[in-house]
Design a protein. Structure first.
Length: 178
């Protein structure tokens, strides 16, 4: 694989939201919704993950080109387009499957994650609760969860939850958009 092509695995609540955000970012090649961080054998289903019993978080796996966007920039966008100060919750979505988490793929990503969390902490009134955990495995979510926002923009959840996140992205990171 090209050394300039890297992977980031991030959980910031519902994967539909984070997927929609990163689909608009320059240098992002692919975004896949899925599950990571759990401790049960086998490929989990959406229903199983939503039960909170698998230990998995809803995550996205981002493939990106470091010639266009850095891992640090990916993390800054991530940390400023969801609420990293609420434990196991994003808005009305509650449970460990909605936790804020960075799954690092190597020691360099771990170090950058720690730096970014320190740098953005001053922007928040409450302490950041985002986990930084070693990546182990990623399970792709079911087909109906992929490219969700683009296919369902008229749905209430998309209109009331995802569209405002995209507005924040466009306001804070216009220079990083496709």
């Amino acid at each position: 694989m090209n050394k300039n092509i890297q992977t980031a695995t991030l959980g910031g609540g519902c994967f539909w939201c984070t997927e929609a955000v990163f689909q608009e970012v320059k240098g992002v090649i692919k975004v896949v919704s899925g599950y990571s961080g759990g401790n049960v054998p086998g490929h989990p289903t959406y229903r199983e993950v939503c039960s909170g019993l698998t230990g998995h978080a809803e995550v996205i796996q981002i493939t990106f080109n470091t010639d266009v966007i850095s891992y640090k920039d990916i993390l800054v966008i991530f940390m400023t387009t969801h609420d990293p100060t609420t434990l196991n919750r994003q808005g009305a979505d509650r449970g460990s499957e909605y936790r804020s988490v960075i799954f690092y793929h190597n020691e360099v990503q771990k170090e950058i994650s720690e730096i970014v969390l320190k740098e953005v902490s001053s922007y928040y009134e409450n302490p950041i609760v985002t986990e930084i955990s070693s990546y182990t495995i990623f399970y792709e979510a079911e087909k109906e969860h992929q490219d969700y926002y683009r296919r369902n923009q008229e749905q209430g959840y998309c209109s009331f939850v995802i569209t405002p996140k995209l507005a924040t992205l466009r306001k804070l990171h216009a220079d990083k958009l496709k």
